[in-house]
Write a protein that binds this ligand. Structure first.
Ligand code: SF4
Length: 193
C-alpha cells in the first residue's frame, strides 16, 4: 500500500493502516496506542512512600494505599492486599483523594440569615456558638419528660440530625453519642453511595 508522497508520514501513522500492516485487525493490540499514550504513566510511579490505610467512610473498611511524594499526598487507591476489598473501592472511597485535595471544597462557614438573600462568611467559633445556643434553646422548649400516661420519655422531637456522606466512622460514632445523650431520637446518616 502506497504511503509515500506529501501525506506519506501522516498516512503511515493512521491507525487503520497500522492495523492492516501489523495484522492487529481488532485494534486492541499495539495499534490502539499512540505516541502520546505510550508516554503516559501513572502518577503513583513517582511516589516516594506508600502508606497502608483503611477507608474511613463506612463499616465495610476497604483497604487503601496512600501515596506520598515530598511529604504531600499524591494519590489514594484501593489496596489489592486487602482481604475485605481486594483493591476495589466504591465511588466514595475512590474519590477520597479529591475529597481531601479538591479545590471546589468549601472550607469556610457560610451563613444566610432569615430573610437574607446573600451568603455571608462567619468565623467558625461564632457559627459553633450559634448552633450550640439554638440546640440548647430548642431542646429546652421541646423537651418531653413523660408521656400523657406518665411513662418516662426523656426526649426531644424538636431536633433531628442528618449526617453527610463524608463524615467518617469516628465522627459518626461521636455524633450518635452526643445526640442520644441530648435526648434526640432522629439521628440518620447517608453512610455510602
Ligand atoms: S465507603 Fe466505599 S470504599 Fe469506603 S469502606 Fe465503605 S464501601 Fe469501602
Amino acid at each position: 500500500m502506497a504511503t509515500s508522497g506529501p501525506f506519506g508520514g501522516k498516512l503511515a501513522s493512521w491507525p487503520v493502516l497500522r492495523q492492516l500492516r501489523s495484522g492487529d485487525v481488532t485494534g486492541l493490540g499495539a495499534t490502539a496506542a499512540s505516541a502520546r499514550t505510550r508516554g503516559l504513566a501513572a502518577r503513583i510511579r513517582t511516589a516516594d512512600a506508600v502508606v497502608k490505610s483503611v477507608c474511613p467512610y463506612c463499616a465495610v473498611g476497604c483497604g487503601q494505599l496512600v501515596y506520598v511524594k515530598d511529604g504531600k499526598l499524591l494519590d489514594i487507591e484501593g489496596d489489592p492486599d486487602s482481604p475485605i476489598s481486594g483493591g476495589t473501592l466504591c465511588p466514595k472511597g475512590a474519590a477520597t483523594f479529591q475529597l481531601v485535595t479538591g479545590t471546589h471544597r468549601l472550607d469556610r462557614v457560610l451563613y444566610r440569615r432569615p430573610y437574607g438573600t446573600e451568603w455571608e462568611v462567619l468565623p467558625l467559633e461564632q457559627a459553633m456558638d450559634m448552633v450550640a445556643k439554638r440546640v440548647k434553646r430548642t431542646r429546652e422548649e421541646t423537651w418531653e419528660e413523660t408521656s400523657e400516661d406518665g411513662e418516662a420519655l426523656h426526649r426531644t422531637l424538636g431536633i433531628a440530625h442528618l449526617g453527610g456522606a463524608t463524615l467518617d466512622n469516628e465522627e459518626n460514632y461521636l455524633i450518635k453519642k452526643l445526640f442520644t445523650a441530648l435526648g434526640v431520637v432522629q439521628v440518620e446518616n447517608q453512610a455510602r453511595i
